[in-house]
Design a protein around this ligand. Structure first.
Ligand SMILES: Cc1cc2nc3c(=O)[nH]c(=O)nc-3n(C[C@H](O)[C@H](O)[C@H](O)COP(=O)(O)OP(=O)(O)OC[C@H]3O[C@@H](n4cnc5c(N)ncnc54)[C@H](O)[C@@H]3O)c2cc1C
Length: 379
């Protein structure tokens, strides 16, 4: 029986594993390897801050997913991949494969700045969200500096504002963005909507600026502005997992592995989700759940076709759009080509979160938090 090793039990990796095991006449041994014990539902991480969603509602045990899907799960951190020897090398052990799928996602990029990395908070998983809420609960900061004015930075800034608004505490919240505008790739009307909403929420913007230093609660910007008693949340970019640097394949600026039209980067190796740079409209396809899930399925189909010596199928992305969720329910985005703003995109975002969440218990917990959080806090 041929062995398929999938690195990463996230959206893309699990999608590959489930689709492989669901195929008719399924003839592989499928193993998912992840450094974490739990799948983390990343799109709702910021909601842990402002909406009181319990972090556990966003965690699903990978062992349970494996049992449900009929594949193996190994908890191990991948250190490198030996493409010639067809094995992955983990801190804990090595594993041989016939087909490999890399779906190890992405993580915060500090661009080598160790000092900022030590002092700043990040939001890559549920552990990080617990660390952020614990720091907010301690109430030792007066200012909150969110570095990075992309979707995640904007969303986090609004969630931090909601956290303090519910506790009736006044705090300064700022977004620092290196380029002249926030959300550079977003249509102008939507960008205007976001800026207007940030103004309503009293969130200041420092564009054309960046964080120069962060030390012991003092944050200094490149233009010399200093925030004292300040907490830094860093969302100024992402990169792929560090073991990918050592994979013998072509990569883009973010370290994503360049894949062909069939999601392959070598004869029997595939990359999917955030770890893959799939060429689309003169760039790499953006990082999003919808593409991670679809690529996982496409890789599963192509592994089977490769094994059956059939022609591979091209992966053709279908972009349903995106939403920039903001915690006061004034969200915006593009759905099926239409620009939308207000409560509808907020509802769509949470409908997506509940629908895609693994596990009935987690879905119920998420729904309960969304419907009842305000009542609970007011009680
Ligand atoms: C805060 C936040 C908000 C987001 N909001 C949205 C949103 O609203 N809508 C949207 O579409 N997308 C959103 N995204 C992006 C989306 O979550 C990603 O595009 C998606 O998770 C990619 O799926 P993936 O399977 O490639 O990676 P992931 O889901 O990140 O899974 C990667 C897995 O690989 C594992 N791994 C990493 N390195 C190793 C290693 N060395 N060894 C073993 N295992 C390893 C990790 O533990 C993880 O489980 C958001 C992301 C974040 C961080």
């Amino acid at each position: 029986m041929k062995r398929i090793v999938i690195i990463g039990g996230g959206f893309a990796g699990l999608s590959t594993a489930f689709h492989l095991c669901r195929q008719q006449g399924h003839c592989f041994r499928v193993s998912v390897v992840d450094k974490k014990e739990y799948f983390n539902f990343l799109p709702a991480l910021p909601d842990i801050i402002g909406r009181d969603i319990a972090p556990e509602a966003l965690e699903y045990p990978l062992a349970a997913a494996a049992e449900r899907g009929g594949f193996d799960f190994t908890r191990a951190e991948v250190d490198s991949v030996d493409l010639k020897g067809k094995k992955i090398i983990c801190r804990e052990k090595d594993m041989a494969y016939d087909y490999l799928v890399i779906g190890s996602g992405s993580e915060t990029n500090f661009y080598g700045n160790k000092q900022i990395e030590t002092d700043a908070f990040r939001l890559d998983n549920t552990q990080d969200s617990r660390a952020i809420t614990a720091a907010l609960e301690q109430d030792k900061y007066e200012s909150f500096v969110i570095c990075g004015g992309g979707y995640t930075g904007v969303e986090i800034a609004t969630q931090v504002r909601m956290f303090f608004a519910r506790r009736r505490r006044k705090k300064r919240i700022v977004i620092v963005e290196r380029s002249p505008f926030l959300l550079g790739a977003v249509p102008e009307r939507l960008r205007g909507y976001v800026l207007d909403n940030l103004k309503r929420l009293n969130i200041d913007i420092f564009s054309g600026n960046s964080v120069a230093a962060a030390l012991d609660g003092a944050i200094t910007l490149e233009d010399g502005t200093v925030f004292k008693k300040a907490m830094l949340i860093w969302c100024a970019g992402v990169k792929t997992a560090s073991f990918i640097e050592r994979v013998d394949a072509e990569k883009d600026r973010q370290g994503r592995i360049k894949v062909d039209a069939f999601l392959r980067f070598s004869e029997n190796c595939f990359a999917v989700g955030d770890a893959a740079a799939f060429s689309y409209k003169q760039g790499a396809l953006r990082m999003a759940v919808q593409f991670a899930l679809a690529q996982g399925k496409a890789a599963a189909i192509n592994i089977r076709r490769l094994h059956d010596k059939k022609a591979l199928q091209r992966y053709v992305p279908y972009d349903r759009g995106y939403i920039i969720p903001m915690a006061n329910n004034r969200s915006c985005g593009v759905a099926l080509g239409l620009e939308i703003s207000g409560r509808i995109p907020t509802l769509l975002h949470y409908a997506m979160c509940v629908y895609l969440m693994f596990g009935w218990e987690q879905q119920r917990a998420m729904l309960g938090s969304l419907l009842f959080h305000r009542r609970r806090r007011d009680a």
